[in-house]
Design a protein around this ligand. Structure first.
Ligand SMILES: [Zn+2]
Length: 299
């Protein structure tokens, strides 16, 4: 089955088309232009899909909370304005007359890791993605655990500090205000106003900047504290760390070291693994949503 797979994020729309066997034939990215809002983003997605008239199915991974039965956006924050309520499945099925599946991007990435990546050998695992915020997915018996209203796994909003830093969700002291990449860069800027992004941070640490190494170390401690709570709740055999920041071995190493300090020794069999599929995980997971294409190889 030839599938168009799209992954809609705040920065880019990643997309690919598979051959008949589910192999991705290319990997492209287009700018989301998120400030133009939901209807524009969907029109842009339609234009991309229209370039491949022989596809037989469409799989979409997207930011925001997703109603998977309706293939619609239950809620998206100000990162994607006017996106809440978008009926992606209806819009694309009306236009292209092929089956459409829609899944939340973090869930899709977890499925990607399950079928093609770091979690192939695990039927139970947690997946966390560190970026602007902290996203999470829970896989139990090889299936996503979705919760009562489909919104399980919002790890980024665990309350870590009463009366702590205000969060975009309207609450205070949320995990992502301390453990996300945004939080790391905020603290790095305080230590050195010249350090404004992750790439710079790691380059400066590599050059021996001790202060920034301390910032990274204390961020890793915050990231690990949240994971420790999750490990105590779920007792998973494996936790997969995703997001650009975790492509750095130093981040994964520091977070792992801190984690083992924060968990009870009886939980210490848990493995901390970095994502294997990186920013393609969502596309892999999206492709796996259509029956009959699971467990097929990579590009
Ligand atoms: Zn929050």
């Amino acid at each position: 089955m030839k599938i168009f797979a799209g992954d809609i994020g705040g920065t880019s729309i990643k997309y690919s088309v598979t051959d008949d066997h589910g192999y991705m034939m290319f990997f492209h990215e287009a700018e989301t232009e998120r400030e133009k809002g939901g209807p524009y983003i969907i029109q842009k997605l339609e234009d991309l899909i229209a370039g491949y008239p022989d596809i037989e199915a469409i799989s979409i991974s997207t930011a925001g909370q997703v109603n998977i039965e309706e293939g619609s956006i239950i809620y998206a924050n100000e990162n994607l304005p006017s996106y809440t309520g978008t009926r992606i499945k209806d819009i694309l099925e009306d236009r292209f007359r092929v089956p459409v599946m829609v899944e939340n991007d973090v869930n899709a990435a977890a499925l990607g890791e399950k079928h093609y990546g770091a979690a192939k050998e695990y039927s139970d695992f947690l997946f966390l993605t560190f970026g602007t915020g902290i996203g999470g997915a829970i896989v139990i018996d090889s299936k996503l655990y979705r919760g009562f209203t489909g919104s399980a796994g919002e790890f980024g909003h665990m309350n870590q500090y009463p009366n702590g830093i205000e969060c975009g969700c309207g609450k205070q002291g949320c995990y992502e205000q301390y453990g996300s990449t945004t939080a790391l860069i905020r603290e790095a800027k305080k230590a050195d106003p010249g350090c404004t992004n992750g790439r710079q941070l790691f380059a400066m640490i590599q050059d021996g900047d001790q202060r920034l190494l301390e910032v990274l170390d204390s961020w890793a401690n915050e990231a690990a504290r949240g994971i420790a709570s999750l490990v105590h709740i779920f007792n998973p055999p494996c936790v997969i760390l995703g997001g650009g920041i975790m492509e750095q071995d130093l981040s994964v190493r520091l977070v792992s070291e801190k984690l083992y300090q924060h968990i009870m020794t009886s939980y210490s069999g848990v493995k901390i693994i970095k994502s294997q599929l990186g920013n393609k995980a969502g596309l892999y997971g999206a492709i796996s949503l259509h029956e009959g294409v699971k467990h097929i190889g990579k590009i």
